[in-house]
Write a protein that binds this ligand. Structure first.
Ligand SMILES: NC(=O)c1ccc[n+]([C@@H]2O[C@H](COP(=O)([O-])OP(=O)(O)OC[C@H]3O[C@@H](n4cnc5c(N)ncnc54)[C@H](O)[C@@H]3O)[C@@H](O)[C@H]2O)c1
Length: 94
C-alpha cells in the first residue's frame, strides 16, 4: 500500500540521517528546545552543560548529559572520545 511504503521510506530516512550531535548549553532555555527537536528527528544527542543556569530535568530521557564546562578541556575531550559527535551546536552564552 502506498501509505505503508511512504511510512517505511520516512523511517529509513530518519535512520540514515540520524547524527551524533553534541549540544553545549543544551540544558538551557534555547538548548533544551533544540535538543528536544533533534531527538524527535531521530538524532543521537549528548548535552554538554555545566548546569550553571540550565537544569538536568530539561534534558529529555533519550538524550545523554555530560556535566562539564566548555573551558574544561579534559572533560570536553572525554565527552568527544565517548560520544564521537559528528556535529556540535554551541548554544551557551558568550
Ligand atoms: N533566550 C533567547 O531569547 C535568545 C534569543 C536569541 C539568542 N539567544 C542566544 O542563545 C544562547 C543560549 O541562550 P539561553 O537563553 O538558552 O541561555 P540559558 O542561560 O538558558 O542557557 C545557556 C546554557 O549554557 C550553560 N552554560 C553556561 N556557561 C557554560 C559553560 N561555560 N560551559 C557549559 N555550559 C554552560 C548553562 O548552564 C545553560 O544551560 C545564547 O548565546 C543567547 O545569546 C537566546
Amino acid at each position: 500500500m502506498k501509505l505503508g511504503l511512504n511510512y517505511r521510506m520516512i523511517s529509513d530516512w530518519k535512520e540514515d540521517c540520524g547524527m551524533r550531535v553534541l549540544v553545549t548549553g543544551g540544558a538551557g532555555y534555547i538548548g533544551s528546545v533544540v535538543v528536544s527537536q533533534l531527538v524527535a528527528a531521530g538524532h543521537q544527542v549528548v548535552v554538554y552543560d555545566n548546569l550553571s543556569k540550565g537544569h538536568r530535568e530539561s534534558v529529555p530521557p533519550l538524550a545523554s548529559l555530560v556535566v562539564g564546562d566548555v573551558g574544561d578541556r579534559a572533560t570536553l575531550d572525554a565527552a568527544f572520545t565517548e560520544y564521537r559527535p559528528e556535529a556540535v551546536m554551541h548554544l551557551r552564552p558568550d
